[in-house]
Design a binder for this molecule. Structure first.
Ligand code: ATP
Ligand code: MG
Length: 568
């Protein structure tokens, strides 16, 4: 690229020099043959310039996209590794604008501006050098003029960078709003929230407009300033030219070259000024990209310990946890201490908001405890590399995320190395093969965006199989809180039973029927342990909450019964 640019930047100088020579030679009586040669070289230089323009554009685009595609994947990888808190603060739409929009601004910058700027710089330096060679006074004049022009443009541009960053941020917020409202379109429409959402959209749009106007204003100031510089600079140079010519210290040819060079200057400098908008956007994008790259996950992945092999015992040492919300700093979990042996199962009950899902996040190290330690197989999980921990643990979350892809891809998470036979075997073991085969195209049935077309319960069936294929030693199931039809419920129960067999498992349940077959029971109440014991022990104590829950009927809703712990 540098070599290409050096040639492309130097070529514009040759034309005027050749003509200057032509004028001088013609006025001093050179042969027609000599003049024809000069004219021929001039034409060849012109053609080469056109050809080089194509080469520059092609190489630049190639370079720009190669580099920025790397950057896009780096950013995506980085963002995926950031913690829950970051993703709660940042909407998916905003992330799209940062990972793609900002980087695209950067790639346009490299492909269209940076290249022109370097070529222009080569031209400018070349001009000053040629001028110095012709006459030191003209060279010096040009040098001063150039330094002033570039310096002024640089100062103005730096100021404009802030405006561009503000605009990009406003754009990110707008996209974030749109993305979120569209995802929730059903809920918004269904609850008559449409006009409110549109109003919010307009506010975000107005903010973006203000930021854009501000940036445009800066661009215009820059444009006017650079044009003014040209006009006055050009006049000064021409005056100098005329003085030197009448003094006889330069030839008519040189006078022509000097004049022509001021014209050449106009093009690259003018282009640079016209493109400052691109520079502003790119610089804003760059600033925001660096900021995003500097974002560090609150989950430090620097552990070096390893987990013992086989099923993992779980121990919680006085766990407390607070989501770091400024407005709501009350602990979600307090003093949770318990342990369960390897290969046994624990059922977790508790009314909504009691901290069950939060406990699950702590066990999977999606968040770190504010106080206390989570141990798997006796090892503090914060001292184990995250990739090792994730390889040994697995989760079916409360709201399973399915992808707009075939059932097969949803099961193996796009891992082609897992054979269809293995997928079928897993489905058969979980008793789900007939369910999948009954779909229109079996494993190849394509689910809609976000897995639309399946119920919450069916989503959990997919997620259970997904987990089963990974064969983790520690599993965590967060049961869907929505109601599930009896047939699906029966399938879920069967699949869960098979999945947790021989593994250490935590099952967060919204239905009593789910926990009846588990070894131990934990009841959470407002983030504290209200009850913890083995299934048989709690059943036999008739005054235990669990026994009372069972007495109200196995099919009754956990939440309803828990609302009134004193009920018979
Ligand atoms: P459910 O039965 O409805 O699933 P849960 O027992 O799983 O409820 P959690 O999701 O653990 O409850 O929530 C416990 C408390 O923590 C709630 O008061 C909730 O508002 C708060 N909370 C949950 N997630 C977050 C979060 N990401 N940031 C801040 N607060 C949160
Ligand atoms: Mg929950």
């Amino acid at each position: 690229m540098s070599a290409v640019l050096a040639v492309a930047g130097g070529l514009p100088l040759l034309g005027p020099i050749l003509i200057g020579r032509f004028i001088d030679d013609a006025s001093t009586g050179a042969t027609a043959r000599h003049l024809f040669v000069l004219a021929g070289v001039y034409v060849a230089v012109g053609l080469t310039r056109q050809f080089m323009a194509v080469v520059v554009a092609w190489t630049a685009a190639d370079l720009a996209w190669t580099v920025t595609n790397e950057l896009r994947s780096d950013l995506t990888r980085h963002v995926l590794a950031l913690d829950l808190g970051f993703h709660r603060r940042t909407s998916p739409g905003e992330l799209v604008s940062r990972v793609d929009g900002d980087v695209t601004a950067l790639s346009e910058f490299i492909a269209q501006f940076a290249v022109k700027a370097v070529a222009a710089a080569v031209t400018l330096v070349g001009i000053v050098a040629v001028m110095l060679a012709q006459d030191w006074r003209v060279g010096l004049g040009f040098g001063v003029y150039l330094a002033l022009a570039v310096g002024t443009m640089y100062a103005l541009r730096n100021q404009a960078v802030d405006e561009a960053a503000t605009e990009q941020a406003a754009m990110g917020r707008l996209l974030g709003e749109v993305e979120e409202r569209l995802t929730g379109a059903d809920d918004l429409r269904g609850n008559g929230g449409g006009s409110h959402a549109v109003a919010r959209f307009q506010v975000a749009g107005a903010r973006l407009l203000r930021a854009m106007l501000q940036r445009e204003k800066q661009g215009v100031i820059l444009w006017v300033a650079s044009n003014a510089m040209f006009v006055f600079g050009g006049i000064a140079i021409l005056a100098l030219d005329a003085a030197l010519l009448s003094q006889g210290s330069i030839t008519l040819g040189t006078a022509y070259v000097v004049f022509q060079f001021t014209q050449i200057l106009r093009e690259p400098l003018g282009q640079l000024a016209d493109e400052t908008e691109r520079v502003q956007r790119a610089a804003g994008g760059m600033a925001r990209t660096i900021q995003l790259m500097d974002e560090r996950s609150a989950i430090h992945d620097d552990g070096r310990d390893s987990l013992p092999s086989g099923p993992l015992a779980l121990a919680l040492d006085d766990l407390s946890f607070t989501y770091d919300d400024e407005d709501d700093a009350s602990p979600v979990l307090s003093d949770v201490a318990l342990s369960i042996p390897a290969g046994t199962t624990l059922g977790v009950l508790g009314r909504t908001g009691s901290g069950k899902t939060t406990l699950a996040r702590l066990l999977l190290r999606l968040v770190d405890p504010t106080v206390g330690v989570v141990r798997l197989g006796g090892v503090d999980i914060s001292t184990v590399p995250l990739s090792d921990l994730r390889a040994r643990t697995g989760v079916v979350s409360q709201d399973v995320h399915l992808f707009n892809a075939s059932i097969r891809d949803n099961l193996v998470l796009f891992d082609d190395s897992i054979s269809d036979e293995r997928v079928r075997a897993a489905l058969a073991e979980l008793g789900l093969l007939d369910w999948v085969e009954a779909m229109p195209e079996g494993l190849e049935t394509v689910l809609g965006p976000a897995g639309s077309g399946l119920s919450a319960g069916e989503g959990q069936l997919i997620a259970l199989t997904r987990l089963f294929l990974r064969e983790p030693d520690f599993v965590l199931l967060d049961e869907a809180s929505s109601r599930v039809d009896p047939l699906t419920e029966e399938r879920v129960t069967r699949a869960v039973d098979r999945l947790i067999e021989g593994r250490t498992a935590i099952v967060i349940a919204h239905r009593l029927s789910t926990v009846e077959r588990l070894d131990q029971i934990l009841i959470l109440d407002a983030g504290r342990i209200a009850e913890f014991g083995s299934q048989s022990e709690l059943r036999s104590r008739s005054e235990s909450r669990y026994a009372r829950l069972l007495a109200t009927g196995a099919s009754s809703e956990v939440d309803a019964a828990l609302l009134d712990p004193g009920a018979p």
